[in-house]
Design a protein around this ligand. Structure first.
Ligand code: ADP
Ligand code: MG
Length: 695
């Protein structure tokens, strides 16, 4: 008897999958046959029926069939091949900007073809640009597809046809080995939804009459079934993680020493808001328990999270412990160091900076200080945990702007400080505004506190949307802002993920502004500068020596210069709204009324217009985040990273939000009553994603 292939087998056990293909599949997170099954289409096209050309509407994605009437090369702004296709009802233009010689000769007059593509309005009526097509042989009528055609998330060098074939192979393995896919979700919850295996079969091959819109929106019961299971798996893993962490003791603080705290508060030029006081009290109570604190502080940009971090650190240091503060960027680490060093030196507390770029001798010295266990605050980037830094007596880990870190990055620092059945407290701070039920799922291992109030006296920021063609108009505005003693940020476009290109764009803008505003001192900061150089530029900006700072998006998080009252953002249409909101939060921190100019590149698409409109009308981060997700539409995979939400395989935390309530109870019950099933569920969904294993 042939032993059935397990679903956990590597993709290489499938026919035709060699090392090259394997590598490309790995890029998509696909390692096993099961991974292939869980790699679901993000949309479908209907090739089960032909649509008469006369009934086409712009925007439709359809299949048509007809005879090429004429085919010619047009030399306009761009050279293109134009074919006129007729099916007897009407004509349709097919437009190709890239074409080979054989394509050109293949599409000669009289040829019969079937083609698929999106219909749009062109200069000569309706057209399709770069449709997929197939030659039709009259002798043997070419059959139409029987099921909807899936479109999978793909990657370089991995075409749809190949992915479709692999999905078919994986489904075949599933039908030979149905026991390979155990039903793990408790039946009481699953019985309202279709079964797992049925869902997978359906989603890889929906029947011709399936509701394509429902599928596109991700709301089909089969999709919901999988999303539910995935969310449950995440929830279980995070809840187990929490249990695991809280199995050990911690540095329980017995009494509150008010002296240092009061001294610190008296130095501050302001009093804490009520929201800050409430959150601080929640933290203080955590610190007095005998299990490590696991707390997330949510608060919009500018809500004053740093002070909370400082006050928490003071309590630990006063009790003789060490505190580590991890920032996502070097720039932010520098700034925290600068602020906290100023504050803490007046309390006779030591603050050290630990980044990847320290000189060897300095680094050695700092490492020794940390290892000695002397009470201090260490501020750093992820070098803090990457390098073998041994904390002698770590009592608290603070993580700023956590959306930049993965779960395992956060926890590895906590594990570093673990010793003799004791783990440090953990405080995570984020400005990613997300609704409460969402936060509870996303950070299921953490307790959540929200600073839902901005410090008083903040002037709301006015946002202006302006075409790039009017860029010269801004020059006058910059001059007047600087004359009044305020300062300006000019943020250069986000160009993919390339440091080099970002730098070039920023350097060019810098040159332009120096030329236009010779009387001003204009600085330039970008990711390619050495850390001392960055520090110097920021310092000069803080001190007001630099009036206008040209920057790449390195300044996105945390940078705090209250005197800056104007921000110009180039190409805002290319950025996510959450990111724009973060950037804009760099101004409006002082007493002066601030302005943010969104300098877009015309023409704007309708969607881009709507998005910039949101930025102009809204200052509340929560509302912006919601609108952002609304406008994106759940099918939009692109740029989800920018929302700050983790990318899951199938579930979408916003779209599937209604599955969330209750999921925590189900997870906790399953962990208690079915630990083996729980483990298997994590294996199925998370095995090659997150290394929860050893934390
Ligand atoms: P974020 O929450 O974005 O990290 P910060 O901690 O950087 O915000 O605080 C933003 C600015 O507000 C800082 O200049 C900080 O000193 C100031 N600030 C914080 N709390 C208050 C308060 N209660 N009243 C007035 N200003 C405050
Ligand atoms: Mg901050």
């Amino acid at each position: 008897m042939v032993v059935a292939q397990p679903l956990t087998a590597s993709v290489t056990t499938l026919t035709g999958v060699g090392p090259g293909l394997q590598a490309r599949l790995n890029n998509l997170g696909i390692h096993t046959i099961l991974d292939l099954l869980l790699h679901l289409p993000y949309r479908y096209v209907d090739r089960t029926r032909l649509v008469p050309i006369s009934s086409l509407l712009p925007g439709q994605e359809v299949c048509v069939q007809g005879t090429v009437q004429s085919s010619q090369i047009k030399f306009g702004r761009k050279r293109s091949l134009l074919c006129i296709l007729s099916d007897g009802t009407e004509n349709l233009t097919l437009r190709f900007f890239h074409f080979s010689q054989s394509q050109r000769t293949g599409l000669k007059d009289g040829t019969r073809i079937r083609c698929w593509g999106q219909v749009r309005t062109g200069s000569q009526g309706l057209e399709m640009v770069h449709p997929e097509y197939q030659f039709i042989n009259e002798a043997e009528s070419t059959a139409l597809e029987q099921t909807l055609t899936p479109v999978y998330p793909a990657t370089e060098g991995l075409a749809q046809a190949r992915l479709r074939k692999l999905a078919r192979l994986a489904l075949a393995v599933l039908s030979r080995n149905p026991e390979g896919l155990e039903e793990l979700v408790p039946s009481t919850t699953a019985n309202i939804l279709p079964e797992l295996a049925d869902s997978l079969r359906y989603l890889h091959n929906p029947p011709a009459d399936a509701d394509i819109e429902l599928l596109r929106a991700g709301n089909h019961p089969s999709q919901q079934r999988l999303a539910f299971e995935e969310l449950l798996a995440h929830q279980i893993s995070l809840r187990i993680l929490r249990q695991h962490i809280q199995q050990t003791g911690t540095c329980t603080l017995q009494n509150r020493d008010h002296q240092q705290v009061d001294k610190f508060l008296s130095y501050l030029p302001f009093t804490l808001t009520r929201a800050q006081q409430r959150v601080l009290e929640e933290i203080n109570r955590d610190l007095e328990k005998d299990v490590p604190m696991l707390r997330l502080i949510q608060g919009d940009v500018g809500s004053g999270k740093t002070v909370i971090a400082a006050l928490t650190a003071i309590r630990l240091i006063t009790s003789g412990y060490q505190v580590a503060l991890m920032a996502p960027t070097e720039l932010l680490a520098d700034q925290h160091y600068y602020n906290l060093h100023n504050w803490f030196s007046r309390l006779d507390m030591t603050v050290v900076l630990l980044t990847g770029k320290l000189k060897t001798t300095v680094r050695k010295q700092v490492s020794e200080q940390i290892a000695s266990g002397q009470p201090l605050l260490v501020v750093g980037t992820h070098a803090l945990f990457q390098e073998a830094t041994d904390f002698g007596n770590l009592g608290l880990v603070i993580i700023d702007e956590q959306h930049r870190f993965g779960v395992h990055q956060r926890l590895s620092l906590m594990e570093k400080g673990a010793q003799q059945n004791r783990r440090p407290h953990q405080l995570v701070m984020t400005a990613t505004p997300i609704p409460r039920t969402l936060a509870m799922s996303l950070f299921a291992e953490l307790d959540v506190s929200t600073i839902d109030e901005l410090p008083p006296g903040r002037q709301p920021i006015t946002t202006v949307v302006l075409s790039n063609q009017k860029r010269d108009e801004i020059i006058d505005r910059i001059t007047s802002v600087c004359t009044e003693g305020n300062q300006v940020y000019w943020v250069c476009p986000l160009i993919e993920e390339s440091d080099v290109l970002q730098y070039q764009a920023a350097a060019k803008t810098h040159e332009y502004l120096v030329h236009m505003l010779p009387q001003l001192n204009i600085g330039l900061i970008h990711g390619r500068l050495r850390s001392q150089e960055k520090e110097q530029v920021m310092q000069d900006f803080k001190d007001g020596k630099i009036k206008l700072l040209v920057a790449t998006t390195v300044i996105e998080v945390g940078v705090d210069v209250p005197n800056a009252s104007l921000m110009v953002i180039e190409n805002p249409e290319r950025m996510g709204l959450a990111q724009l909101h973060q950037l804009r939060g760099r101004v409006g921190r002082g007493k002066t009324k601030s302005v943010c100019v969104l300098l877009y590149q015309a023409p704007l698409s309708e969607l881009a217009q709507a998005r910039l409109e949101v930025m102009r009308n809204q200052i509340d981060g929560f509302i912006i985040a919601e609108k952002d997700l609304e406008l994106r539409g759940p099918g939009d995979m692109l740029g989800t990273r920018q929302t700050g939400l983790p990318q899951m395989r199938i579930a979408n935390l916003i779209r599937d939000a209604r599955l969330l309530p209750g999921i925590r109870q189900i997870a906790d019950k399953m962990i208690r009553e079915n630990p083996v099933q729980s483990e298997k569920l994590m294996q199925r969904w998370l095995s090659n994603r997150i290394g929860y294993g050893n934390v």
